[in-house]
Ligand binder design. Structure first.
Ligand code: NAD
Length: 451
């Protein structure tokens, strides 16, 4: 009898399995493909590898002369870029496999079906278990009119491309759309983005999207906001898209079309037959239990916040509850990170969602930061939202280099109810980009020294 069978070895599943293994539980982890799931194999890790190559290329092309470095004949080799990506993915997978072995997690290769509350089948083998964790993830949405046509790309297809496209039209200017637009446009591939909402990255504030759009446009990206692809048809060497924009209907032809309009939870028929409650995804309480108390669900399959780091934390909470600890998931400070150029990160409340009469808000520009000048960066800002009376930090947004790392100051502040004054009194090292965050903190307390 197993203590737990975990289905799906993505960031949620493998973390839950490792946590259970570390606590001495008998645990099996079932995976039909590679360990690491979407994040390691077709998501976070390979995109960041691609973006690192593109970023270095743009740094050399755009900055080397000003920084006094002579570089002749700069070019890139896409096969080598892909080799780098594949190596990083393989190393990450091996790292996970090592951890599973180290903590005695039994890795089962195959497709699992849940036969009953306590029984999981993989091929002809049955696993009897006290608990089950569903961590089967999600798949890219293909909405109409894109669902009827072969040859359109989702993010999964980008990683298997043998050569770069001659041009690409990206439907959906969310996180995936913007990260790939950043990659392709940096390598000088013509890119068009069609975004349904008023601006790209619609979950972030408008001023954030404007900074990112400015860099993308500088690299030749055409961006159509409040727009929709209403028809797509194959033509010689690509696709013709009919785009309904605010200014009227236009046609754009591109070699490849990438659909990045969100993802859907992957819920098997076995679970539906078992009577698992579904609401967008598998419904759980804050202990990650479904309506069947010994069956837990974590990560994208819940259809809520589809982020690897959220899945990992949900995995830890599920594992702790299986071990008899009373753990509850806390969603009060979930960071969002976007590897655009410049990077974007936010946590807690956004300006667009708050009543301006109840808060204090201050934006400090990257252009006033000394460290940014040394690396020739000026586009970006840090924005802090605090309670008007208590100065408790309610939200933070950072746009600029290393924003995705620097957001941790905001995460700790929002999660622990720290006030802007407490952050202001914490010494920020000089000269660093983190002083841009300090500038915004000072701005809500009184006024920034350096502005
Ligand atoms: P998303 O929800 O971030 O973006 C989808 C975008 O498509 C939205 O901007 C939406 O307005 C737009 N859209 C929807 N229908 C459209 C239509 N018919 N025409 C034009 N635009 C349309 O989803 P995604 O970018 O596909 O990413 C999927 C998931 O993966 C998200 O939950 C995302 O957070 C996650 N992800 C995270 C990271 C990261 O953390 N850095 C990176 C990649 C993906």
């Amino acid at each position: 009898m197993y203590d737990a069978v975990v289905i799906g070895a993505g960031p949620g599943g493998y973390v839950a399995a490792v946590k259970l293994g570390q606590r001495g539980k008998k645990v099996a982890l079932v995976e039909k493909s590679f360990v690491g799931g979407t994040c390691t194999n077709w998501g976070c890790i390979p995109t960041k590898a691609l973006l690192s190559s593109a970023h270095l290329y743009s740094e050399i092309v755009e900055k080397s002369r000003q920084l006094g470095i002579n570089v002749e004949g700069v070019s890139y080799d896409f096969t080598a870029i892909k080799n780098h990506m594949n190596k990083v993915v393989t190393m990450s997978r091996k790292g996970i496999e090592y951890l599973l072995k180290k903590y005695n997690v039994e890795l089962i290769n195959g497709e699992a079906t849940v036969e009953s509350h306590n029984l999981v089948r993989v091929a002809d083998k049955l696993f009897e278990t006290k608990n089950i964790i569903i961590a089967t993830g999600s798949y890219p949405s293909l909405i109409s009119p894109f669902d009827k046509l072969d040859g359109l790309w989702t993010s999964d297809d980008v990683f298997t491309m043998e050569a770069l496209p001659q041009s690409i039209l990206i439907v959906g200017g969310g996180v995936i759309g913007v990260e790939f637009a950043t990659f392709f446009s940096t390598l000088k591939i013509p890119v068009t983005i069609v975004e349904l909402m008023e601006h790209i990255l619609p979950t972030e504030d408008k001023d954030v999207a404007e900074v990112v759009a400015k860099t993308l446009r500088k690299r030749g990206v055409e961006i159509y906001e409040s727009s929709k692809v209403i028809d797509v048809e194959p033509v010689d060497n690509g696709f013709k898209c009919v785009v309904e924009t605010a200014q009227g209907t236009i046609e754009r032809t591109a070699h490849k079309v990438l659909i990045s309009v969100g993802r859907r939870p992957k819920i098997g028929e076995d679970l539906k037959a078992l009577g698992i409650e579904i609401q967008r995804g598998i419904k759980t309480n804050n202990k990650m239990q479904t309506n069947i108390p010994n069956i837990y669900a974590i990560g994208d399959v819940r259809g809520q916040i589809m982020l690897a780091h959220v899945a990992m934390y949900e995995g830890v909470v599920a594992a702790k509850n299986i071990c008899g600890e009373e753990a509850q998931m806390d969603y009060s400070a979930v960071p969002s990170v976007i590897f655009s150029n410049p990077e974007v990160a936010s946590v807690g409340l956004h300006e667009k969602d708050v009543d301006p009469s109840k808060i204090k808000i201050f934006s400090f520009p990257l252009s006033a930061n000394g460290r940014a000048r040394t690396i020739l960066e000026k586009d970006g800002f840090a924005k802090v939202i605090a309670d008007k009376e208590t100065l408790k930090v309610l939200g933070m947004t950072i746009v600029g280099p290393a924003a995705t790392d620097m957001i941790m100051e905001g995460v700790v502040a929002v999660r622990n109810g720290l006030s802007a004054r407490e952050l202001e009194e914490s010494i920020h090292p000089h000269p660093t980009l983190s002083e841009m965050v300090l500038g915004a903190i000072e701005g809500v307390v009184e006024r920034p020294i350096h502005l």
